[in-house]
Design a protein around this ligand. Sequence first.
Ligand code: ZN
Length: 823
Amino acid sequence: MGRPSLARRVARWAALAVIALALMGAGVVAFAAVTPLPKPEVPQATLIYDVDGRVVASLYRQNRQLARPDEIPASLRQAVVAAEDARFYRHHGFDLVAIGRAALRNLQAGRIVEGGSSITQQLARTLYDLSLERTFDRKFREALLTVKLEMRYSKDEILTMYLNQVYFGRGAYGAKVAAQEYFGKPLPRLTLAESATLAAFIRGPELYWRQPDRAKARRDWVLSRMAELGMISPAEARRAQAEPLVLRPPDEGEVRAPYFVDYVRDRLAATAPEVAARLYTGGFRIYTTLDLDMQTAAEAAVARLDQVVAPLGEHQGVPQPQVALVALDPASGGIRAMVGGRDFATTPLNRAVHARRQPGSAFKPFLYTAVLASGEPITTPVACRVRQYPGGAGGEPYTPRDYGDPGYHDAFLDIRRAVAVSDNVVAVEWMDRVKPRRVAALARRMGITSPLTTQHLTLALGESAVTPLELARAYATLANLGLRVEPFAILRIEDRDGHVLFRREPRAERVIAPEVAWLVTDVLKSVFDPAYDGTARALGIGRPAAGKTGTTDASRDVWFVGYTPDLVAAVWIGSDDFAQRVLLPGGAGATGSSTAGRIWQAFMRAALDGLPARDWPRPEGVVRASACTLTGSLDAPRFQWREEWFLAGHVPAPNCLALLQDPHVREDLAAAGQAPRGLVPLPLPSLPDGPGLLPEGNLPRGGPAQGGGATGGDRAGGAVPPEERPGPEPGRDDRGTGGEEGGPRATEAEPDPTPGQPPAAGHGARRPPDSGVPPEGGDPTGAHPDPGGQDGAGPGSDRGAEAPADGGRPGEPPVPDRGGHVP
Ligand SMILES: [Zn+2]
């Protein structure tokens, strides 16, 4: 029972305070009553500039057009009263019940969350341009002016003044302008539904008109409220609620990047309300991060949408599928280009910012950042085969599959290849090893702000929905070699006299180690590499680039997110109704690479045209070394000896048998029937123990019949299944590069920093032996790439000297470090 009594007490205090204020201010009220209304300033257009000082938009609206009282339809008066101040005709300027309720809510929240302002109070604020700042002083003056208005004018006069003053969004001050702006008709001809729509917009003037679903929900709420208050009958409310909400497209005039300008307006409303309130008349100069050349490139690339996808009809009058593109400067987070849909005039919803959609495989880079940050080598093989995990739908085991048929590679894939071909099964297995909780935490640190599941392995496949902007931001952390930035649009605001009202300070925070970000980027380069069957092998842009495709269930969302050191861009295509599949023009299901990827490619080529190609500088803590991995089909797995990049201190043991000690690898081999569970395959005869002596060899099956490792690797010998493309050969430049078109390759021609040094031999030196997962509480960011710490010097550490050839001598099979790990 504490709440009502508290509410009553608060209401009484508020009432007493108001009366006191009114008495104290009686003289001021008398003075104010004889002074004229303040003269409005001469309206002046606000100019928005791009990063090179070119004008992006000139924002200007005609002066208010005042409506005569008889022009205002009763439905609009009633709707506004219902929406903003239901007891307007009964109170004397202050709705004490509303004030008490607001005070109670604010007390409970510990801050101002609700205003409780009556229509008269709101009018006082707008008439006299009182800032929305909620200080006592402002409140005091507002209260005086409210009393004055109530003394001098009738309720109908106050409401008329209010409707002539209030802001409805899109530059429309006053109901007469708003009726033209939104419905293209004179005020007296507004229907009930249209009146309710305008009333709905007052609470969020720059919010609702862009988001048709939310706008309709609020309009329908206003109509219900009107029925509750007896202004209209329930049947009238229902009829009006059944009407579609159709707004006239905004006439943006001289706006060259409408979605971006809209984003700027949106940001201003949140961060500089005093500028937003006078945006169309205040003559501000707003300097932004946009690059008009890149914006032009973005609009041209998005205009190719109908060449890459089939039309899907309309959803609420808007053609589908829709599209979004957002590009950031990774170094600062400045937004360089932004397209939020096919056409701002017909669909102002900015999907780059507001469309929260499943990213599919475009989420995988966060998973693999966690994997590589744990010290796991890129060469660790995982079999793509039928795998089951607890927690599937309906109590069934969860059984991940690859995109398309047959659903499994039935082959060993190391991390580089698993990322390049976007393997789902391998990704889920890695997620099971590093755990969703840790990956979600890392993704958040990298810049994802939407809620992420911490429970389900499907996080690996992009189950948790995100927006294009936050995805671009989180990829920028990789492009930036580990520094997270915040996307932003406004660099500086000046008033009409050139005084700086706002200036943005650069900020960036290190969230992952540069070595880890570099490795992930290097792996993501292979997505463009035909040698790795990369899903984006046709999407090169002629310079070093990294990226990832995304395609969700049944192609409902298709993505491409990719970056160079200078630019990161995310492209999304999907249907606003979440239901329809994105199709290729021929009718087949679309993939990220065949659709969003082509728009990304067209954009990046044009946006970066003329800029020098750059590659990422390799951090010192990354070393090149030879390592053994498993490749080939499950029927005939092969050792492969190749060069790869590693975190210093995490170079794997220089022999292939060490690989067979990994319990996960043993499990995979056992599942493939290559060796009985719990036993190790026979060691290769005369197994050499150093790099270069063991090129490739078939894993022995049931004895030495398959031949020795040194000779069995001859690929021409027919041991390789035809569908299995051989991986790069040792020593070859097998790093992914910027593309298939002879663009500049990475500078690995320089000598490897570790030639001749004996690589660390201890298997255990590279990671915790059982799973590759760092110990609980370990730093998932890899900020300390060597959990051991003391011997981070890498190759030649004395641990390696203590544990030579942990693969054991021939004839002495190594024993797994941990038995029974795999369920
Ligand atoms: Zn697979």
